[in-house]
Design a protein. Structure first.
Length: 621
């Protein structure tokens, strides 16, 4: 009779006393969290316990068994890595379906023999079901390639089952970790990857671009009009829009491209393996077209478009974080220009933006160090040529950049809360200067420009009263506050109330840049301004444009009908000055009369130009 023994056992007995070596293995296993390390520790301990040459982990998936992990087995055996066979074959299949430990000490002559393992030299095999909360997930196979023992004790089988279950727990934990990692890296709403590990993804894509000598485009998509749709129709409708947007963009992409949700209604695309810019632009145009979405939701039609910012590597040769930042800068340009377009990153604009940020950071210091100064542009009475007023214009005496004009920093200041303090300084400084002129016998209308933050600030009248109290020699009637149309019309009712409150103190108001915005007759009636200042863009072309002459004449007639004073800006020639005078404009200013000048030069200007027949002479135009 053959010495071959095939053993089937599900005997449950108390474990044997654990040896010092096994105890060390258990201690090592308690400190392991990586599955590969755990497997080798388990396999080493299990094989050592029964005297096997090595071990393997056979994973059960989709009605198949597959060898995935090996420990201590000969090369002839490990070449079977990934070998797959039906889960009802072999000794492993029998152990799986019977849920029992099986052992044979003569594998080649056993009923479970598979030719692949016979050829690999397998002599004996102990197979142990690997349990997990999901059931039996595989088999721990302990293998002999030399002399296999006649039998395996029940105590050793029990310990082998313990090792197998420890392996099952580690495998189950690894599965949970992988699922959690997948959840963490994937957007729950759209199902596409999220920004998790985005920097690493871009770095990897850059490395591939270098290796393959191809272009990589990092594209940031920002949906135009999404916030309004989301706020109006609710988050359910917003979610539908996002999912529809993702679906349409995906239809434009290739298999090698990656679409990620960055945040809210922003998405990132990594376009890889681009041979030329023309290929990129073709895809960009397709994406823009796909994002022209009009959907009917709850009986309402909503429409959105997309703005795209593009950074191209290695043309834009920067680290991953900067590539993304540059795409963000480019999408800002696209949205600023009206949206529904794409823009490349422009390093020159980035330098300008950096300078703007630097200037913003220096404004507080400039205010403390008295770097802001006022220049004054005279205002004349067109009928007599006399200087009757002066407009205070802000300048920045920058320690590094020299004198900066308002166009270089005022817009930056208006985006900052510091603009309120700057505006208060301008008002206070201008009124103090007006008082000094009054004490010198020079009575001028002091024109002061208001910033949007001052108009929005409910303390403007209080600030004005305080300034007037500090300048008792300057009558309030000599102060004229100027508002540009775009600021005045932001909140028409509130602006009209502000004007009335300040006028009750005696201060006058002028509507500046008149004609450049939507100002109309009704606005003039509601605001109750004392003066309109016709914008230079209408005045300068009057010398050559009949249409502009008719337009300015209509503005003057309208203002006269309402009893509103008129001041024309941008007078640069004698001809235009004469035309305005003939049309009935009361006042004017411009480079043809005088450029802005320091306060100390105004007195001399007034003395000279208030003499008869001086201001109208050609040499002063």
């Amino acid at each position: 009779m053959s010495e071959n023994k095939n053993v089937q056992s599900d005997v449950k007995v108390a474990p044997q006393k654990i040896s010092v070596e096994l105890l060390k293995h258990f201690q090592n296993l308690a400190c392991q969290y990586d599955f590969d390390t755990t497997f080798h520790e388990v396999a080493d301990a299990a094989a050592e316990n029964v005297g096997a040459d090595g071990a393997a982990f056979i994973v059960h998936t989709n009605m198949s068994l597959r060898y995935l992990f090996f420990h201590g087995l000969p090369e002839s055996y490990t070449t079977l890595t990934g070998f797959e066979f039906p889960d009802n074959q072999g000794i492993a299949g029998s152990a799986l379906h019977s849920s029992t430990i099986l052992y044979t000490n003569d594998y080649a002559h056993s009923p479970w023999a598979l030719p692949e393992y016979v050829n690999a030299g397998l002599q004996g095999s102990l197979v142990v079901p690997v349990h997990s909360p999901d059931g039996i997930i595989g088999i721990l196979a302990l293998s002999w390639f030399h002399h296999a023992p006649t039998s395996i004790t029940t105590e050793d089988m029990h310990l082998s089952q313990l090792f197998a279950d420890m392996l099952g727990a580690a495998w189950y934990r690894m599965g949970i970790e992988r699922r959690l990692a997948d959840i963490a890296a994937r957007d729950a709403l759209t199902g596409i990857p999220n920004r998790f590990q985005l920097e690493e993804r871009i770095q990897t894509a850059c490395a591939r671009a270098d290796r393959n000598e191809r272009l990589l485009a990092v594209i940031l998509i920002d949906l135009d009009g999404f916030k309004k749709a989301n706020d109006t129709l609710g988050h359910v409708a917003g979610d539908r829009l996002l999912c529809e947007s993702v679906s349409r963009v995906q239809d434009c992409l290739r298999a090698s491209d990656t679409l990620l949700r960055f945040a809210g209604d922003e998405f990132i695309i990594l376009l890889e393996d681009l041979r030329r810019i023309a290929d990129l632009e073709d895809i960009l145009n397709r994406i823009l077209l796909s994002l022209n979405i009009c959907m009917g939701i709850d009986g309402k039609n909503i429409s959105i478009t997309g703005s795209l910012g593009v950074s191209v590597y290695p043309l834009d040769d920067f680290p991953a974080t900067l590539l993304l930042h540059h795409a963000d800068q480019a999408v800002y340009r696209a949205k600023y220009n009206g949206g529904n377009s794409w823009r490349y990153y422009d390093p020159e604009e980035d330098l300008q933006r950096d300078r703007r940020l630097q200037l913003r950071g220096e404004m507080d210091r400039a205010l403390l160090n008295h770097e802001f100064v006022l220049a004054w542009q005279p205002i004349i009475a067109l009928e007599t040529g006399r200087c009757v007023g002066a407009e205070a214009l802000l300048r920045w005496k920058h320690p590094q950049h020299g004198f900066l004009l308002p166009g270089e920093f005022l817009e930056i200041a208006e985006d900052s809360p510091l603009m309120l303090r700057i505006g208060q300084w301008v008002m206070h400084t201008a009124c103090l200067q007006g008082e000094q002129w009054a004490l010198q016998g020079i009575d001028l209308q002091i024109h002061i420009n208001l910033a949007a933050r001052q108009v929005e600030n409910h303390r403007l009248c209080d600030d004005l009263r305080r300034v007037i109290a500090e300048c008792p020699q300057l009558p309030p009637q000599r102060i004229c506050l100027e508002l540009v149309e775009r600021i005045a019309l932001l909140n028409l009712g509130k602006t009209a109330e502000l004007i009335q409150d300040c006028q009750s103190i005696g201060v006058k108001f002028a509507l500046d840049d008149f004609g450049t915005g939507p100002a109309a007759l009704q606005y003039l009636l509601e605001l109750g301004c004392n003066q309109i200042k016709i914008d230079y863009s209408f005045v300068i072309p009057m010398a050559t444009s009949e249409r502009h002459r008719r337009m300015v004449n209509a503005m003057i007639q309208m203002a006269q009908a309402l009893g509103v004073d008129i001041c024309a800006e941008g007078i640069e020639s004698k001809e235009v000055q004469t035309l305005l005078k003939q049309m009935g404009a009361a006042h004017g200013q411009g480079f043809g009369i005088a450029r802005p000048m320091p306060a100390e030069e105004i007195a001399a200007f007034v003395t000279l130009h208030n003499q008869p027949n001086i201001i109208g002479s050609p040499e002063h135009i």
